[in-house]
Design a protein around this ligand. Structure first.
Ligand code: SF4
Ligand code: SF4
Length: 620
């Protein structure tokens, strides 16, 4: 059976948008794919990595990832890099020059916006990068779009020698839909062509490229007017029409099934004349765009009358429950359109995993006084929450060390005796933290650094990193020696300690000793993320309820397997009230890490199968 026949006989497959992008990359003949993991984009590379003919890598950070993809494109291969929205801030330096050079092999940059901030430090609208970098932006609305538009993007990139941004959002990345595949292409790499005037962006050459880039803007704007991705859907009413794109299109269609609309698959450059004509055909025109009023501003500047963010929220997803009442108000029909109900869920604070190796660190940090602690991006950001409350700042990837340096150097007399600490994970340290450490040592800062090496990119699901010694396929590769790295960055070897984070007394001692020292120190923890295969479970524990005094010390560890079974208010000898919390351990969840045992004076925490106390457990 030919490939074409196979594709035709294939029923549609049920996949997420991320998987659809991965499949499309393979089917478009992409030869190189790179990423730094980050929700909601992580799975794109994980799925692509399953295709053996495609080179894939977890890059050190998004800028490196984009540069790898740029290199592959310039070498003549189709290339894709994927990142979450904040990653594009890191990659932007490369992007803003690459736009002048343009693409050779098709170059697709998939940026996944965390609209609604499910797991990010901010909400960004990556469509801005299209305007800023003069690049076309494609916006899939579902998994089929994600597949079709990714393939389209490679062709568009080569046709106009321009990198193409594929703007995804959490809902597109993670929601599954039916996708019909089309015939795969095989794209061989082309010979690298030396062309310094195009590829070497010194000022003299870059100046020559700017007019070409501006000319390309005009060509792309003309293309957008007839682009097959920009579609008018005629409705049965004319009272209100919509312009929308991405996930918002699905929400508009669900909320207003009969309304006419323009679905912009290629949202930048926008097809202004097509929209102008559509605007004349409806009584009211409303732009439904997640997050910023980009299109609204452009269309208003073009003299098109419409409604936008004065009525439609600027933050979060524009679900039917959000847009239905907003549009009703615009139409003066406050009570005529019922808002779509949403199921209320019990609010749950984010917390770390059962037996997470970071629990011990934060237990210690919450018991060390007189500190200012700069945090970073990763699982350990959760140390800011209950019960630890042990982080004072958290800005961006790798910022903890440089922020701590700034706190150290900028502190007032009042804070002169405070201990300044920075907490960072292994992957984050390699991503952007190393430079901060060099700044601290070079400029003689006084910061105690906790380098939490759990040998994985823990927050996004335990992906491999140079700290794990494994690549994206799980094959052995270089394993970074953090002690040597920190030494190379200027920390004296006596000030570097490697500690098992489950050994609380050792951890406490290292911490208390090092904060007293007036020079940079690094405490490296060395136990793996519990979500990886590298973590070794031990026999679980339980609570001997006859011995439990309800002191609640073990609750300060913050392990989700420890649960309050009963509370009791007692009167202390001094007449004050005290609440006792008697606990249970969910033994099915407990991994026997032994952390909580250290906190229990009456030895009430015991193995499930025996009443003997476990004192030491060998962990990998
Ligand atoms: S031993 Fe204690 S801290 Fe460790 S997983 Fe079990 S309950 Fe949690
Ligand atoms: S530390 Fe021990 S005594 Fe105190 S609440 Fe926990 S199990 Fe009970």
């Amino acid at each position: 059976m030919s490939v074409a026949q196979q594709v035709q006989s294939n029923p549609a497959i049920f996949i997420s948008g991320n998987e659809a992008v991965a499949l499309a990359a393979r089917d478009a003949g992409c030869r190189v794919a790179s990423a730094y993991p980050g929700t909601p984009s992580t799975e794109i590379l994980e799925f692509i990595a399953a295709y053996p003919d495609l080179y894939t890598e977890w890059s050190i950070n998004e800028k490196v990832s984009l540069e790898v993809a740029i290199g592959a494109s310039l070498a003549g291969s189709r290339a894709l890099c994927a990142m979450k929205h904040v990653g594009m801030n890191v990659a932007s330096d490369a992007l803003m020059t690459q736009t002048l050079i343009g693409a050779v092999g098709g170059l697709v940059i998939a940026i996944a916006d965390d609209v609604g901030l499910s797991s990010s430090q901010n909400e960004q609208d990556s469509r801005y990068w299209g305007r800023f970098a003069h690049l076309p932006v494609l916006e899939p609305s579902d998994s089929q779009d994600a597949y079709d538009m990714t393939r389209f993007a490679f062709g568009l990139s080569e046709q106009y020698a321009v990198p193409v941004i594929l703007r995804l959002t959490t809902r597109i990345c993670h929601v599954k839909g039916l996708v019909t595949l089309s015939i795969p292409q095989v794209k061989e790499g082309r010979k690298f062509t030396k062309d310094p005037s195009r590829l070497v962006m010194v000022p003299g050459n870059a100046r020559q490229r700017i007019p070409l880039m501006l000319e390309r803007d005009k060509t792309l704007a003309t293309f957008s007017e007839s682009c097959s991705l920009n579609v008018i859907e005629q409705g049965s009413t004319r009272q209100v029409g919509f312009i929308t794109s991405g996930a918002a299109y699905c929400h508009v269609r669900e909320a207003f099934p009969d309304a006419p609309l323009i679905k912009l698959g290629m949202s930048h450059p926008a097809p202004i004349e097509m929209i102008r004509e559509f605007a004349d055909s409806v009584e009211k025109l409303v732009v439904i765009e997640e997050v910023e009023p980009l299109l609204e501003t452009e269309l208003k500047a073009a003299g098109i009358q419409l409604h936008g963010k004065e009525a439609i929220p600027r933050m979060g997803e524009l679900t039917p429950a959000v847009i239905t009442p907003a549009v009703a108000r615009l139409l003066g029909k406050e009570n005529t359109i019922a808002a779509v109900g949403v199921t209320e869920v019990f609010p749950r604070p984010p917390t770390m995993c059962v037996a997470c190796p970071h629990l011990g660190i934060y237990y210690c940090l919450s018991h060390v006084k007189n500190t200012i602690i700069a945090g970073d991006i990763g699982c350990y950001t959760l140390g800011a929450g209950h019960p630890w409350n042990a982080l004072d700042t958290c800005i961006s990837m790798g910022a903890s060390l440089s922020v701590a340096q700034g706190i150290d150097k900028g502190r007032s007399e009042e804070d002169a005796n405070k201990n300044v600490l920075a907490v960072i994970g292994d992957s984050t340290f390699l991503h952007m933290g190393m430079q901060g450490l060099l700044d601290i040592t070079y400029n003689k800062g006084n910061v105690t650094i906790l380098l939490l090496d759990n040998r994985a990119v823990g927050m996004t699901g335990g992906q491999n990193a140079p700290s794990s010694g494994l690549n994206i396929h799980g094959d052995a590769t270089v394993k970074i020696d953090f002690r040597k790295l920190c030494e190379a960055l200027g920390v004296r070897s006596e000030r570097i300690h490697e500690v098992n984070p489950y050994e609380l007394p050792t951890l406490f001692k290292a911490l208390r000793d090092e904060v007293k020292v007036k020079e940079p120190s690094v405490i490296i923890t060395n136990q793996p993320c519990v979500l990886t295969e590298r973590y070794a479970k031990q026999p679980p524990l339980t609570v001997d309820t006859d011995k439990c005094t309800g002191c609640s010390n073990c609750l300060d560890v913050g392990c989700p397997a420890i649960l309050v079974a009963r509370r009791e208010t007692v009167i202390k000898p001094n007449g004050k009230e005290k609440v006792l919390s008697f606990v249970n351990i969910d033994s099915a969840a407990c991994t026997g890490c032994n952390l909580c045992i250290n906190t229990c004076a009456p030895d009430a925490i015991v193995p499930v199968i025996s009443t003997a106390r476990i004192d030491t457990v060998e962990l990998k």
